[in-house]
Write a protein that binds this ligand. Sequence first.
Ligand SMILES: Cc1cc2nc3c(=O)[nH]c(=O)nc-3n(C[C@H](O)[C@H](O)[C@H](O)COP(=O)(O)OP(=O)(O)OC[C@H]3O[C@@H](n4cnc5c(N)ncnc54)[C@H](O)[C@@H]3O)c2cc1C
Length: 412
Amino acid sequence: MSIPSNTQPYDLLICGGGLVGASLALMLKPLGLRVALIEVIKFQGAGHPSFDERTTALSNGSRRVFEAIGVWPLLQRAATPIKRIHVSDQGRFGFARLSAQEQGLAALGHVVPNWHMGAALWQRLQDEQIELIAPARVVQLSAADTTRRVTIEIAGEQRELSARLIVAADGAQSLLRDAAGIASAQQDYGQTAVISNALTQRFHDHVAYERFTSSGPLAVLPLSDARVGLIWTVPTDQAATVMAWSDEQFLSQFQQAFGFRLGRLLKVGARHAYPLSLIRAQQHHAPRLVVMGNAAQMLHPIAGQGLNLGLRDAASLAELLADALRTDASFDPGAEALLSHYAQWRQQDSQRIVTFTDTLVRLFNQQLSVLKIVRNAGLLAFDLMPSAKNAMAQLSMGASARIPRLARGAPL
Ligand SMILES: Cc1cc2nc3c(=O)[nH]c(=O)nc-3n(C[C@H](O)[C@H](O)[C@H](O)COP(=O)(O)OP(=O)(O)OC[C@H]3O[C@@H](n4cnc5c(N)ncnc54)[C@H](O)[C@@H]3O)c2cc1C
């Protein structure tokens, strides 16, 4: 455990060492700023809620970010390329296919277990000797003239730390977002994602499946050891029942919803449930504070965009700080102009992704037959209209607005 003793203000304090906060700390390392990362739960192998049994579909942009911060080489063995995406609608003819080859790409993205991402990120934090204040909980935020202060609880004591910029990367229930007076809107989808992994009779052949069923959308993602990751969105009032099913019952119900594209489902792992809401911060910044990742927006996982967007939040801030360091003799990481620029950039990207994801959720939840027809036309249209297909592929690949340099494979 590191207990900070120095009372000098930091340039940046990153609060929250989940996937986004830990990645930001690594992105900032080459800038030579005084940065510390505060995290309430020290990563010590299994049992960290951000680095759990989930699997994440990483866009190519996110892969490039992980390459830039030296995380990708540690993940490569556990990362499974997605060569094709197959979207279908239970009981309907419409389906869409996206292929990496058609897009001239080696892969549309990669599926990586969250646990591996956590292990790789924390390994890199140690390699790079990034100041890690953990386990420590941020409990309060206050303002000073040219800095902001956070109060942390560490080893049973309270300490105050100050920084010229505070980064709130403390997740969907962000204490810092609320303490900074940034309002957030929450909308419960009434759905819960039940996740697991399974062994299938046939090899997945690097295809990711997304299927819309009467109970909600489900996804089957290719994994590295010929297993697949399962994400099944069910109405929240049925989630307890689904969680209580025996493995056999779960496999048979999932099989019925998914069909036999991968033959029979043979064996299933442990199940975990995640209630789904859209939570959105109304602003991306306050004086000397920015929000990013789930603290800025928590999305439905239907389109696999949450982490990809969060990494672009982090890469955008890193880029603006790098540019300011190069050009501004009186560099101040918490300068209002810099933070407004960050907020404007992130607002655009976030708006597009939130709208895309939310529309997808609503469209596929409609019970009206007329919408079902439109929905089928929409799905078929992806296959018939190259432009619509390209737009979908661009989103899958993380290309939706101005793209930060790190996500394009360029140096900071
Ligand atoms: C079922 C499911 C599937 C998903 N699939 C995908 C996908 O395929 N692709 C994709 O891009 N995204 C996906 N996502 C979204 C993705 O998981 C999130 O966007 C991502 O984990 C957000 O990371 P974060 O670091 O912003 O937040 P978090 O992971 O919530 O991290 C916040 C961190 O802050 C710490 N913290 C909180 N409060 C304090 C405090 N007071 N003091 C100190 N530390 C604190 C926490 O301990 C935690 O480590 C999925 C989500 C779900 C639920």
